[in-house]
Design a protein around this ligand. Structure first.
Ligand code: EPZ
Length: 417
């Protein structure tokens, strides 16, 4: 078990370099098996979810070489195999092997995925889509068996703009016969990144990044190459940190366009923020205005930034309202923030924050990835020492967090207990 210890209330200054997007990388890695060859993924974040997916590739007899942030994935000797519960449950994104293996092998045996406990997280939209493409799906306890003689392109309407289902159905349909149209597709920037990777392998995909994606099946795919786009959630987390304790804190190697929902809120709150071509510079101000936030699918306010943002709302001068619309259970950070001195009341999936509150360090528990990152921000803002338990959740999604924050002046240590 890992624990994070933070001495808070130090101004942070300098530059934080943002890595590749977790939620793109975790789909790009499984997508590699659709190609027969050695594919290259650059700018892969050094996070534990990456390692969990590499372990699954090894179960499938793929060879993986890691050289800093570059992965080379050799799928030429792929052997289809059961993806067991231990490996599947380590993360959510293991379910991308459903679409990818179904596409290449027309047969998948995999246990239900894991991931943060932020809601029921059903996968019915994925399964309905696979069935529409012609797959037979059998559920045996926690195990799914997906099989098809062949997959045939069709029109698929998603009842919700699910990120995971959109990607999984792209993966399953690139090698299907004929044309697949995904209607009401999710529009997240990560989806374009996956589509670009598949296109580099010879796939025919149009409309990724819009709500209608058309995939024309091809017979086979060759090795591909892609660079993972910058992680807008890691960037957003550190931009909020800059508003909390920054002194010209520069968040670099980002696409500010992907962060507009956040940056426009920060401007409304009266932050000192400068947006440049590939970086954002932000400093703490004397007093912030309260605001109201509702999370929405992209390009709305990202649910994954809601929890870090909760910390900033504790520092605004007045009452802020927050409504989470994507997940049913994304308030796990609130008891810890209140223990640190915040005044947050939760009702269902909404919360009311009365600020400003003086936060003080104490011992808290990370309940999930982004809830954990909220506690890191709170710890860096609070006076005294904050001890965060169950830090493994945070390490799933924030690469080199200790090093990146130490470099800008934070007093932070992760230790094994
Ligand atoms: C992705 O999850 C991200 N995870 C999540 O980030 C992110 O919060 C979410 O998209 C929304 O932006 C990864 O990319 C690995 P969804 P995903 O399918 O794909 C319901 C983080 O902190 N739904 O868009 O699982 C679902 O219950 C993580 O980095 C169904 O009902 O999200 C939810 O209410 C957490 N049936 C909503 O749709 C389905 O078959 C959105 O889910 C699929 C989803």
């Amino acid at each position: 078990m890992k624990q994070m210890i933070i001495e808070g209330n130090h101004p942070l200054t300098g530059t934080i370099h943002i890595g590749g997007a977790k939620n793109s990388a975790v789909a790009l890695i499984p997508a590699s098996i659709l190609a027969n060859g050695v594919s290259t993924i650059q700018n892969v974040p050094n996070i534990s979810d990456r390692d969990a997916l590499i372990d699954i590739l090894k179960i499938l007899n793929c060879e993986v070489k890691v050289d800093k942030d570059v992965l080379k994935i050799d799928t030429r000797n792929l052997k289809n195999a059961l993806i067991d519960e231990e490996h599947s449950k380590k993360l959510r994104a293991s379910y991308y092997f459903m679409g990818a293996l179904l596409g290449r092998e027309k047969y998948v045996e995999i246990y239900i995925p894991g991931g943060c406990n932020i809601g029921a997280r059903p996968i019915d939209i994925h399964i309905d889509g696979f069935k529409a493409l012609g797959a037979k799906v059998t559920i045996e306890g926690n195990k799914y068996i997906l099989e098809a003689d062949k997959l045939i392109g069709t029109d698929i309407y998603l009842r919700f703009q699910s990120v995971g289902a959109t990607i999984n159905l792209m993966l399953a349909s690139v090698l299907a016969e004929g044309k697949t149209v995904i209607h009401n597709a999710a529009k997240e920037a990560e989806i374009e990144n996956i589509a670009d990777y598949l296109i580099s392998m010879g796939a025919k995909i149009e409309g990724a990044g819009t709500d209608e994606i058309t995939i024309t099946g091809v017979k086979n795919l060759h090795e591909g190459k892609i660079r993972v786009l910058p992680d807008r959630i890691e960037a957003g987390t550190y931009i909020i940190l800059g508003a909390l304790v920054g002194k010209n804190l520069c968040i670099k190697d980002i696409y500010p366009k992907h962060l507009e929902a956040l940056t426009s809120k920060l401007k409304d709150m009266g932050s000192d923020i400068t947006i440049n071509k590939d970086n954002i510079v932000i400093s703490k101000v004397e007093s912030l205005l309260p605001t109201n936030i509702k999370t929405l699918v992209y390009p709305g306010f990202p649910t994954d930034i809601g929890q870090p943002m909760a910390v900033l709302l504790t520092q605004a001068n007045g009452t802020s309202l927050f409504e989470e619309t994507i997940w049913e259970n994304r308030m796990g950070h609130v008891p810890s923030l209140n223990k640190m001195g915040a005044n947050i009341t939760v009702k269902g999936t909404s919360s009311m924050t009365i600020g400003p509150s003086k936060l003080h360090g104490c011992e808290v528990v990370a309940t999930d990835l982004r809830g954990g990152s909220a506690l890191v921000l709170a710890g860096l803002t609070a006076t005294g020492t904050t001890i965060i338990n169950d830090v493994e959740h945070i390490l799933r999604g924030y690469e080199d967090i200790e090093e990146k924050l130490t470099k800008v002046g934070a007093k932070i240590k992760i230790k094994e207990i």
